[in-house]
Design a protein around this ligand. Structure first.
Ligand code: L5W
Ligand code: ZN
Length: 519
């Protein structure tokens, strides 16, 4: 005896594939499509003989009208996939509804058999309204439909860049507001001028856009940083979750978590709402966008390579890992520890420091050893500090006890030389990359603020002019093996390029290097 255990009619309409209602800015332009769902939990004894497919057809025909099947099931439904779960021996079939040989969008079903071969359940949707009278010959070609979708997307975001997937347009019936439309289904999927992935349903007779919805949506998100400060930043809504992916800058800024492991990049940071609660991730993400904006706004530079380089950051690297680094591919931040350091993304000048290592690699590519390595470090300190512009310290927001990592104003406070004659010449720290950076850090400070150092007077040119000179030197003059003497020449030449050979800026750069003993 066939005993039906439960029949649930889910009359609520379901928008297939779209973001949930309430997803910011992601509602469809029109009504939702009509896909009433039926879920049947069964103990339907299949006839002992015959193939599994035959059992399925017998079952579907036996259910007939209760499933919205008028006539023979085989005339309307086609089996599209069969899966057998090797663990349970259960069998799972997927079917698709067709009308006049054309698939009905979203009208799919699954039928399931238990290990004994009896039907155990049915899920899915079958569309019924006036199928006989439906038009089955499109007036438009698939190319027409693709053009209409592209034109509509262009109206929204401007001239479209290269499609990320070769566009196709497939004929479907699409039930909406009680009418079953003959449509082309197509997708617009581009990164330029901004990321967009939109599904379009184009009426195959009139060319009207019957329905469209975004699968990817840029949103303004919020979060609290490590130090308790609230901030806003860009995130992306996709596949039902908000992710720390800023698609508005270059080829993107993506933030991951290593979840205290050492595998990179880890998993992209997600949230069910537009508010993100992973504080280290919030800081890494928001500060990476600040660094991007600094280089873009000050120097017209599109990311680290000048060509939109996708900035990836990973937080929660390792366990109590008290450092941060650029690994040639991305930035990595440890969580610090409970006594000395906060998570390393907490400090904008540290984030600026690390990302600037990436920029240096794409430009002068200063070798990370000896004097060239110290210049590499100093460039990262200068820009890290200047992006934050809070004081002359590096890493002060990182420290739980009010200390810092380095001082550009007074390098000796943190055991760095402030004069070339005091430089470290040993082999530790890659020949003193984090030690001798103090010499050029002092040059940056003297140029910015002015002062007398070892009896040499330097007139201030301001932070911005000093940073512009070092940016110009880095991008145009320095080479992988530049030493301090080459740096002096590059900085003077850069000041001439930017401010003129007889400018006071050139005079200040010259006296600043004299003040730290570099000639
Ligand atoms: C911040 C503290 C030290 C900067 N990297 C560094 O070369 C630091 C890593 C994280 O100097
Ligand atoms: Zn560094």
């Amino acid at each position: 005896m066939n005993k039906k255990l439960a029949i649930l009619f889910l009359g609520a309409t379901l928008l297939v594939g779209a973001a949930p209602v309430g997803a910011q800015g992601n509602q469809p332009d029109k009504s939702q499509a009509d896909f009433s769902q039926k879920i049947l939990v069964e103990e339907w004894k299949a006839p002992a003989s015959g193939s599994t497919e035959e059992k399925i057809w017998s079952y579907l025909n036996a259910q007939g009208e209760s499933l919205n099947i008028a006539g023979e099931a085989q005339d309307q439904l086609r089996i599209t996939k069969k899966l057998v779960d090797p663990k349970t021996g259960t069998q799972h079939y997927r079917l698709q509804q067709y009308i006049k040989g054309i698939p009905v969008y979203g009208a799919e079903q699954t039928v399931h058999l238990d290990a004994k071969g009896d039907i155990s359940s049915y899920l899915g949707s079958i569309v019924t309204n006036n199928t006989e009278s439906l038009e089955s010959l499109p007036k438009l070609s698939s190319a027409d439909a693709i053009s209409i979708a592209n034109a509509d997307a262009e109206k929204k975001i401007g001239k479209l860049g290269e499609p990320q997937k070769t566009p196709t347009a497939t004929l479907y019936y699409y039930p909406l507001d009680g009418v079953t439309h003959l449509v082309y289904f197509t997708e617009v999927n581009v990164l330029e001028p901004k990321p967009l992935r939109t599904h379009y349903f184009i009426d195959a007779t009139s060319g009207d856009v019957v329905q469209k919805y975004d699968l990817l949506e840029e949103v303004a998100a919020t979060g609290t940083g490590v130090l308790g400060d609230s901030k806003t930043f860009e995130a992306t809504f996709a596949s039902g979750a908000y992710t720390l992916k800023d698609a508005t800058r270059g080829n993107g800024i993506h933030t991951f978590s290593a979840n205290n492991s050492s595998s990179l990049p880890g998993t992209v940071v997600k949230s069910t709402t537009t508010n993100f609660t992973d504080r280290a991730a919030v800081d890494a993400h928001a500060y990476a966008s600040k660094v991007y904006d600094y280089y873009f706004n000050k120097f017209g530079r599109n990311s680290l390579d000048g060509n939109g380089f996708l900035i990836k950051s990973t937080v929660h690297y390792g366990y109590n890992y008290s450092n941060a680094f650029w690994n040639g591919v991305q930035i990595v931040y440890g969580d610090g520890n409970s006594t000395t350091y906060y998570p390393f993304s907490a400090d904008l000048d540290v984030v600026g420091h690390e990302l600037t290592h990436g920029l240096t690699e794409f430009t002068a590519n200063l070798n990370y050893y000896g004097e060239s390595g110290a210049i590499n470090e100093s460039i990262s300190d200068i820009f890290g500090n200047n992006i934050q512009k809070k004081n002359w310290l590096l890493g002060d927001d990182l420290h739980r006890q009010g200390k810092a990592i380095r001082s550009l104003q007074n390098p000796t406070l943190y055991n760095q030389p402030d004069h070339y004659s005091n430089r470290y010449t040993g082999s530790s720290d890659n020949g003193g990359v984090h030690i001798n950076s103090g010499i050029n850090n002092k040059v940056f400070y003297l140029l910015s603020e002015g002062g007398t150092h070892y009896n040499v007077n330097v007139n201030a040119i301001g932070r911005e002019a000093a940073a512009a000179i070092f940016y110009h030197a880095l991008v145009y003059y320095l080479t992988p093996t530049s030493n301090f003497s080459a740096l002096r020449a590059a900085a003077i030449q850069s000041a001439k390029d930017l401010y003129g050979a007889n400018s006071f800026q050139v005079a200040s750069v010259t006296s600043a290097y004299q003040a730290v003993g570099v000639n």
